[in-house]
Design a binder for this molecule. Sequence first.
Ligand code: ATP
Ligand code: MG
Length: 234
Amino acid sequence: MLTLTSLCAGYGPITALEDVSLTARRGEITAVLGANGAGKTTLLRTVSGLHRARSGAIDFDGTRLETVAAERMPRLGLAHVPEGRGVITELTVEENLRLGGLGRGGRVSSADLSRVNDLFPVLGDRRAALASTLSGGERQMLVIGRALMARPTMLLLDEPSLGLAPRIVAQIFGLVRTLVREDGLSVLLVEQNARSALSVADHGVVLNLGRVVADAPADELAGDDQLRHAYLGF
Ligand SMILES: Nc1ncnc2c1ncn2[C@@H]1O[C@H](COP(=O)(O)OP(=O)(O)OP(=O)(O)O)[C@@H](O)[C@H]1O
Ligand SMILES: [Mg+2]
């Protein structure tokens, strides 16, 4: 379980997160929703140690993360998939996947590769292809697959749906659901695409200008017309 308590973060004079408290429960998908600039990416980067909080607490299964270095996070079971689908285009699909195992320090097992290829058959089919030849949706699968190679217990996903066709988004979210159901993974899913995110999430938190304005079960948020119109854009 990941618990943020009164988290504040920013950049120089800019406040990006103001007194943010939320919980992402084990074995659930927790969606963090909000418009451009709401603070979603800052929240994920602060959890994974890429950005430092000004104040507040981050607790992951009993470990305080505020001062933990980013490179130690994989060993604690946290995997961050940043926005932008950064694959290494000069390497093959399988080489990109294997890199994901390094963060944990362990050797990459063929079982880990098989598990990822079972989940995303297209990655197995294209294993020897250069990552530069993948479509946007395939790249998104590759960066998620690469994160899974470190055998995380919690996945931090930043805008996986951005710029993808609805059919591909549904496919990727469906696979995330499968991971939660079959592997007991916990997911913190950051999305501007609130409608799709709420259709797959258990719980949702809405950020506006760095503050939490709603925190409720996903179906409750999706059914709140006023909230949807004011903050979620659907
Ligand atoms: N490196 C940075 N330097 C200065 N300001 C930043 C930096 N990164 C983000 N910000 C500011 O912090 C605020 C929150 O940005 P953040 O990227 O966390 O939002 P977001 O919700 O992820 O937005 P988007 O949906 O566009 O990805 C914004 O006002 C943004 O301009
Ligand atoms: Mg962002």
